[in-house]
Each structure stands twice: as structure tokens, then as C-alpha cells.
Design a protein around this ligand. Structure first.
Ligand SMILES: *Cc1c(COP(=O)(O)O)cnc(C)c1O
Length: 401
């Protein structure tokens, strides 16, 4: 999964280019920067590699989501439909723009269930935010149809699925806008960083201004820029962008290794008839950063997790159902509306309302699911050993049932 595993001379070279000039900021200082524009160069590379018209870098994936939502005009009074299984950043971004996150069930794709989305739509709904979790994608055709039918915005949180595709198009470039995270554990990293991708010029221009205090960036003198709207500082630095530039050049290599290692590990688990795998709407588009697999029921899954821990082979595998970061079951701070400052009444009501809301369909999926992160560093020998150990532990548990 993570690009940090293959950090090396290429990243150091790009960072050194910036350190040589000492111009660590992405804007201005045209003379002293001696033609070094790493953020601009990375944005151009992103549009080329992922096939979108515009890309604007941000300081994080969370900032990218916040920026995209703002640029898309999502805010107070609006509801954003998102999945019950995601990373906390997805609802953080929705809350930060003043909108209400509406959590709905996922299915065996581990992403939004289109029927659950449709059922949650009401006059306040403004945006549907699929989160392409664990390297693979939501059913984007179904979601697009729903969005078009109801006049809703489609914003893809593709932070975990860099390099994945859906029917030939890169994830993150299919909706009205899409985001990646380049934090330290993502498929390619900047240490910290993110990007808003879009094919709509106005969304790009708004994102560009929003992340830099509303600057219009039209003149050559930064101090003389106008501010057509209120923005914030979600800028990426040249140092971070430099790391990302080296990483994006390695992306095809990372994806090839992920695919090979994922399929090799999968073969060990596929030999066990009780195991099934995550449903992938476009199988050829999986980024293969995780192998997500299901056991027959919650009790067996918990027993397998316990056995893995006992044998010291749980590292790199995740039982999201009881994970603090990724699933509604553990988001007590969200359900208690435990914010540091005041939030709007609709937001507070919606969050407290989550205490009463049950997600049986999501529970039925997540309680049986284990995801194993795919390392770029595994040798064939290590995959064989890992696969055999995992399979033996699973068989041992199944035999005890
Ligand atoms: C990592 C991640 C984010 C946010 O990224 P940061 O760069 O860590 O802020 C958002 N959504 C998902 C699904 C993620 O995995």
C-alpha cells in the first residue's frame, strides 16, 4: 500500500532542488526560486497521470475534501450522504463546512449501497460522497444515475484508492470533483498533502483561491491580489510537493507490485471455501492496495482475529468493525457531538440522532470483514509464508466450529 516503503534517492533529489533555493513556498519569489515550481509541476503530473482537466494541491486529504465541498457550494443547510464505513476525515470535512453528514449503509463493495443512498435523499440533500475504501471503488454508475435524477453533486473521496479505475477512468476524476490524500500511509505520499481533481474550471478556480485566503492569483504581485471570497490556508509547501513529484513517477511501479503481491496472497485464502472476497464493481480497476475478505459470520471472524493475534500474524490486517477510526460503531465522539466549539442546530441534532440509528446491513458486512494491507516490500517467500500461516490459522478456527 504505502509509497513510503520505497522512499529513496529520487525523493531526496526533488527535495534538495527546493532546499538549494530555499524557497519553500509554492507562490511568489519568482526570481530567487530559479525556475523551481514543485507544486505546479506535481499538479500538472496529476492531471496527466489521472486524466483530469484540473488538479489543485492542498495541505492534506482532509483539507482537499473541505476545499472541494466549499468550491462545490456545500455548506449550512445542506446534507451530504456518506458511508458508515470510511475514515473520520470524511465527516470532519462535511462538518467543517457547516453541512450535515448523513451516514448510510454500505454493502459488500465496502462502499455506499446505492439503494441506501436513494432512501436517504430529501430536499436538504445536496451531495453524495462515495468513499472508495481500501483500494477499490463504489458502484459509480448507479450513484451517478441517482445524482443526475435528483440533481445532486457527486464528490468522490478517493483518498484510499490512488491509481484505481472504474470502466477505464481513474477514481477521483469521475464525479463533479474528487480528492486524494498524500499522507504518510497512502499509495503515494508527500508526508502530508492532498489534491482536489475536477474537470470543471470554476471548481478549480474556487479551490485555488479557497486554499490561499481567497487570493485570486491573477497578478504577478501577490500582495496586490484581490479576494473575491473568504478562504483559508490549506496550502501545500514546496518541500511536500517535491516528495510527491518523485512518488508519482513511481506510481505505475507501486501499482504493479501491489497487484502481484495481492493476487499471490489471495490465492492462499481463495483455496478456503468458507472465504469470500469483497465485491468490486469493476474488477479490472482494483488498485490492489488491500485484500479484503469475508468469513461466514461475526463469531468466526472474531475467533480468527483472536487466533491471528495469538500467533502474532495480525499486523497489517484490520478488523474495521471494532476499529476506532473507520466505522460508525466506534465514533462515540461524533455521536456525542463532542466538538470544541459551537456547531449549528441541524448539525448537532443530526449527530446526536446517530445514537439511535442502527446500521444492521453495514454491521452484517463489517463484522465479517478483514482487510489485509499489501506491502510493496514483501518477497515471494514472505508472501508464501504469510499466506500459509493465515490459511492455517483460519482452517484451525473453522475446524473448531
Ligand atoms: C486518509 C484519508 C483521508 C484524509 O487524508 P489526510 O491526508 O490524512 O487528511 C480522507 N478520506 C479517506 C478515506 C482517507 O483514507
Amino acid at each position: 500500500m504505502p509509497g513510503f516503503e520505497l522512499f529513496g534517492a529520487e525523493e531526496r533529489k526533488e527535495v534538495n532542488d527546493v532546499l538549494e533555493t530555499g524557497i519553500l513556498m509554492r507562490y511568489g519569489f519568482d526570481g530567487p526560486r530559479k525556475g523551481i515550481w514543485k507544486a505546479l509541476e506535481l499538479e500538472k503530473a496529476i492531471t496527466e497521470v489521472f486524466g483530469c482537466d484540473y488538479a489543485h494541491l492542498t495541505s492534506s486529504g482532509t483539507a482537499a475534501l473541505t476545499t472541494a465541498l466549499s468550491a462545490l457550494g456545500v455548506g449550512y443547510g445542506d446534507e451530504v450522504i456518506m458511508p458508515s464505513f470510511t475514515f473520520v476525515a470524511s465527516f470532519e470535512a462535511v462538518l467543517s463546512v457547516g453541512a450535515v453528514p448523513v451516514l448510510v449503509d454500505i454493502d459488500e463493495t465496502l462502499t455506499l449501497n446505492p439503494a441506501a443512498v436513494e432512501a436517504a435523499i430529501n430536499p436538504k440533500t445536496k451531495c453524495v460522497m462515495p468513499v472508495h475504501m481500501c483500494g477499490s471503488m463504489a458502484d459509480l454508475d448507479a450513484l451517478k444515475v441517482i445524482c443526475e435524477k435528483h440533481g445532486l453533486i457527486l464528490l468522490e473521496d478517493a483518498c484510499q484508492s490512488i491509481g484505481g479505475t472504474y470502466k477505464g477512468k481513474k477514481l477521483g476524476t469521475i464525479g463533479d470533483a474528487g480528492t486524494f490524500s498524500f499522507d504518510f500511509v497512502k499509495t503515494i505520499t508527500c508526508a502530508e498533502g492532498g489534491v482536489v481533481m475536477t474537470n470543471k474550471k470554476d471548481i478549480f478556480v474556487k479551490s485555488d483561491g479557497f486554499t490561499d485566503h481567497g487570493h485570486d492569483h491573477l497578478g504577478v504581485d501577490r500582495g496586490a491580489d484581490l479576494h473575491p471570497f473568504v478562504g483559508y490556508n490549506f496550502r501545500i509547501s514546496e518541500l511536500h510537493a517535491a516528495v510527491g513529484l518523485a512518488q508519482i513517477r513511481k506510481l505505475d511501479g507501486f501499482l504493479a507490485i501491489q497487484k502481484k503481491n495481492n493476487q499471490a496472497l489471495r490465492a492462499h485464502l481463495a483455496a478456503i471455501p468458507e472465504i469470500s472476497f469483497r465485491k468490486v464493481p469493476d474488477e479490472s480497476g482494483d488498485s490492489f492496495s488491500f485484500l479484503s475478505w469475508f468469513l461466514p459470520n461475526e463469531a468466526i471472524t472474531k475467533a480468527v482475529v483472536a487466533e491471528f493475534k495469538e500467533q502474532g500474524i495480525m499486523a497489517g490486517s484490520f478488523y474495521w468493525f471494532v476499529n476506532n477510526w473507520h466505522y460508525i460503531s466506534k465514533w462515540d465522539h461524533l455521536k456525542e457531538a463532542a466538538t470544541l466549539n459551537g456547531i449549528s442546530t441541524p448539525q448537532k441534532q443530526a449527530l446526536l440522532g446517530l445514537q439511535q440509528q442502527q446500521f444492521p446491513a453495514s454491521d452484517a458486512v463489517m463484522s465479517r470483514c478483514i482487510s489485509t494491507a499489501i506491502s510493496l516490500l514483501w518477497t515471494e517467500e514472505q508472501i508464501k509464508e504469510k499466506g500459509e500461516k493465515m490459511a492455517a490459522a483460519i482452517k484451525k478456527v473453522l475446524a473448531q466450529q
